[in-house]
Write a protein that binds this ligand. Structure first.
Ligand code: AMP
Ligand code: TRP
Length: 335
């Protein structure tokens, strides 16, 4: 089959939440039939900030089980752990030697993370986008679905592909495929906002859990978080990101969960206050997540089966990755 290749990764840190789900994982599920999909759990990226080893191990299994519960099919897609495929680190080193410090100095995520982790601004954090480029280019990926915040990293990746191709590719022997980012528009989940502050992004590692609906939150917790979330002044339900960012965010989430369009939802709440929307949204979320949570519980109880999936995934990924790496080694003169 000659389907185009799609690759996207998430760090197994924090806890998967509805922003990751609506913004990326749900899109992956629908793309599995048209693309050759690879989904690495990027644990090498995760250790750029200090991780508790026990928790990292636990999260890696948790993420895998949630991926499958959300609808990723390990028979169709290659799901694997980044550190199981040594070619990522190998290629990343080579790409480091083609990346200018000036390029990395411009990365806004590095600047943000350096502020957040001021006592541990390590070289890994700095060259993080280079490892990400290795993830993508190793598999000759055509499409990379990510949230808006990753756009800059994708641009660097494209620049690196172009740089290496310019230096080494020939017409008979192309080297690296130029990947395209796919960033879903805001109303289709590209940017779900925090519940207590709808002007900042919902984040899976937010220390204030009231900001976030995690995929494994129980019904009571979901109800409480939605009930207490910050809404805007006024009482009329309309979609306006500028003057009513809180309500706009709730409408976006509701629309994605119930697959109704936002205008229809706004119509159906004419004359009703915010409270009604909150009650209905909480219920819709609880019912949407219930089957997903049941499936996850079943999956996580069988680690042996999860390990089998990862072993298969790593083997398939290694074979593909080695092909690209062999060509690169030959081109740069390694014997
Ligand atoms: P992170 O949770 O930051 O590790 O990101 C994992 C993936 O989910 C990336 O592709 C992000 O762009 C995406 N993502 C993270 N937070 C959100 C959000 N609040 N809304 C939509 N997508 C998100
Ligand atoms: N940097 C991405 C993030 O934080 C995660 C990531 C690593 C990734 N490698 C990737 C995303 C390759 C897409 C493709 O969200």
């Amino acid at each position: 089959m000659n389907n185009p290749t799609l690759l996207s990764g998430i760090q197994p840190s924090g806890k998967l939440m509805i922003g990751n789900y609506l913004g990326v994982v749900k899109q992956w599920v629908t793309m599995q039939d048209e693309y050759n999909c690879l989904f690495p759990l990027v644990d090498l990226h995760a250790i750029t900030v200090r991780q508790d080893p026990k928790l990292l191990r636990q999260r890696s299994y948790e993420f895998l089980s949630l991926y499958i519960a959300c609808g990723l099919n390990p028979k169709k897609s290659t799901i694997f752990v980044q550190s199981h495929v040594p070619q990522h680190a190998q290629f990343s080193w080579i790409l480091n030697c083609f990346t200018y410090m000036g390029e990395l100095n411009r990365m806004t995520q590095f600047k943000d993370k350096s502020q957040k982790h001021a006592s541990n601004i390590n070289a890994g954090l700095y060259s993080y986008p280079v490892l990400m480029a290795a993830d993508i280019l190793l598999y000759q990926s055509d499409l990379v679905p990510v949230g808006e915040d990753q756009k800059q990293h994708l641009e660097l990746c494209r620049n690196l592909a172009q740089r290496l191709n310019h230096e080494y590719a020939t017409e008979e022997k192309p080297l690296l495929k130029m990947p395209d980012p796919y960033i879903p528009p805001k109303t289709s989940g590209g940017r779900i906002m925090a519940l207590q502050d709808p002007t900042v992004k919902m984040s899976k590692s937010d220390t204030n859990e009231q900001n976030v609906i995690f995929l494994l939150d129980d019904p009571k917790t979901i109800e409480k978080k939605i009930k207490r979330c910050v809404t805007d002044s006024g009482s009329e339900i309309t979609y306006d990101e500028k003057t009513k960012p809180g309500i706009a965010n709730l409408l976006t989430i509701y629309s994605l969960i119930t697959q109704q369009n936002i205008d229809e939802i706004v119509q159906s709440y004419q004359g009703k206050g915010y409270g009604y929307l909150k009650v209905d949204l909480a219920e819709a979320l609880i019912e949407h997540l219930r089957p997903l949570q049941e499936k996850q519980k079943q999956l996580i109880s069988d680690k042996a089966e999860l390990d089998k999936i990862l072993t298969r995934g790593a083997k398939a990924a290694q074979e593909l990755a080695q092909k690209t790496l062999d060509t690169i080694h030959q081109k740069i003169g390694f014997i």
